[in-house]
Design a binder for this molecule. Structure first.
Ligand code: 2HG
Ligand code: ZN
Length: 461
């Protein structure tokens, strides 16, 4: 049946590039989660919107599930194809289509890498401000599908703030042209925003118009060592009141240990429970003096134990590496990832509660904390002990996630801040969204994808 379906697809779209080699199925069938064994039917690589529509119409008729696929850097299994799905890779649709200087809008295909978007923006004397460590590999279509956040959300918001228009192929193959770059459009439901963060379950983004903005003034980067979480919140409030923050990121001594073992250079001597990398606008002497005054006040109050202000671009990059290199340095330890958020003010209480819970229930596991403190977003990576089998480790981590989900529910937080629900977190969705909301999600899904062919099993069970 499936081979027949593939033959039908080739007959309908003779120019379509289709990959079926074992190596390709393995490569395109997984994302960065590495937990599922890839088993896609085939990989389709359309080169046009018409081809995407043709594939979606075929999938409806032949009842084949589609997994839309970008850079596959996701950490929630949203792009995993482990059940005979057709992977629809947007890798060949990766061009800049145009730039409008009046609208300050860059129109791109979905397969373009975030870094290429950033470069194209810079080429126009502007910036596309969403940014994170996977910039070179992730694609803008995937960023849109997960409403990606990253390291500059504190200043610029999430991906959803920067999307002026979207062309989307819905689950029935229809092409929707959503918002068309309008700044103001008060004409009813905003389907563009509904598509952003829908994890490929409602439609496939085939074109995006991205809003660009002015480059920020010169920035400075500081690394701070802090004695505890309460001090960190005080420093955050102090710096935010005095400076225009571009980023305020934290990690622990344990995270530092891994990143140093992976080749980064220590910038502050001694052991400190918490570190912050902060970047702030420092256009003139006044801003630089304000930064030093804030730093000194933090020292006097005992909120800051030590600090380094980068003296060059190279030193700034080295300080950033301490934070941005964490994910890569943890990869060999097969981490189980949690990506949670609470209101910024609720962070100390939440962290304290979870730390004591984990110390009590799982004293032997190594937990690495880091993330975007200025957005109330914590990344909690649980590392696999050598002694545990993969299956026992996953079972243990699922229990940890349940404990997290229960605690988050009490704090009004979210089980996914910026990585999406995908496969990994779908069992915990009800800790963050009410039963009424989930029922509405199912209704919306059925409206856009009546035959349930788009990324089935992701986000909603
Ligand atoms: C980051 O903030 C990414 O570096 C990855 O969201 C987080 O690896 C992680 O858990
Ligand atoms: Zn993150």
């Amino acid at each position: 049946m499936t081979q027949q379906a593939l033959a039908e697809l080739t007959a309908r779209l003779p120019g379509l590039r289709l990959l079926t080699e074992a190596g390709d199925l393995e490569h395109y069938g997984r994302d960065w989660t590495r937990r599922w064994t890839p088993a896609p039917l085939a990989i389709a690589m359309p080169a046009s919107i018409e081809e995407v529509q043709g594939i979606v119409r075929w999938a409806n008729e032949c009842q084949v599930a589609i997994v839309p696929s970008g850079g596959r850097t996701g950490l929630s299994g949203g792009a995993v194809a482990a059940r005979g799905e057709l992977v629809l890779s947007l890798a060949r649709m990766n061009r800049v289509l145009g730039f409008d200087a009046v609208d300050r809008m860059l129109t791109v295909q979905p397969g373009i890498a975030l870094e290429a978007v950033q470069e194209a923006a810079r080429g126009q004397g502007l910036i596309y401000p969403v940014d994170f460590a996977a910039r070179g590999s992730c694609s803008i279509g995937g960023n849109i599908a997960t409403n990606a956040g990253g390291i500059r959300v504190i200043r610029y918001g999430n991906t959803r703030e920067w999307i002026g228009g979207l062309k989307v192929v819905a689950g029935n193959g229809e092409l929707l042209d959503l918002n068309r770059g309008l700044v103001k459009n008060s004409s009813g439901y905003d389907f563009r925003q509904l598509m952003i963060g829908s994890e490929g379950t409602l439609g496939i983004v085939v074109e995006a118009s991205l809003r660009l903005t002015d480059p920020p003034p010169a920035a400075q980067v500081m690394l701070l060592a802090l004695p505890d979480m309460h001090a960190m919140m005080q420093v955050f409030a102090l710096f935010r009141a005095r400076l225009t923050l571009q980023a305020f990121e934290f990690f622990t001594e344990v995270a530092l240990k891994h990143v140093l073992a992976h080749g980064a250079q220590r910038a502050i001597e001694g052991n400190h429970p918490f570190y912050v990398v902060t970047e702030f606008e420092a256009a003139d002497e006044r801003a630089q003096e304000a930064a030093l005054a804030a730093f000194e006040q933090g020292l006097e109050q005992g909120w800051i134990s030590d600090g380094v202000l980068a003296q060059s671009d190279a030193q700034a990059a080295a300080l950033w590496r301490l934070r941005e290199g964490i994910t890569e340095s943890l990869a060999p330890h097969k981490p189980y990832k949690n990506d949670v958020s609470v209101r910024i003010g609720a962070l100390p209480a939440f962290l304290q509660e979870i730390q004591s819970l984990l110390a009590r229930e799982y004293p032997q596991i190594e937990v690495v904390w880091f993330g975007h403190i200025g957005d109330g977003n914590l990344h909690i990576n649980v590392l696999k002990p050598e002694s545990l089998s993969d299956a026992d480790f996953i079972a243990q981590c699922e229990h940890v996630t349940q404990l997290l989900a229960d605690t988050l529910q009490r704090h009004g937080g979210s089980i996914s801040a910026e990585h999406g629900i995908g496969l990994v977190k779908r069992a915990y969705l009800q800790s963050t969204r009410s039963a009424a909301e989930i029922a509405l999600m199912r209704t919306v899904k059925a409206a856009f994808d009546p035959n349930g062919i788009l990324n089935p099993g992701k986000l909603l069970i």
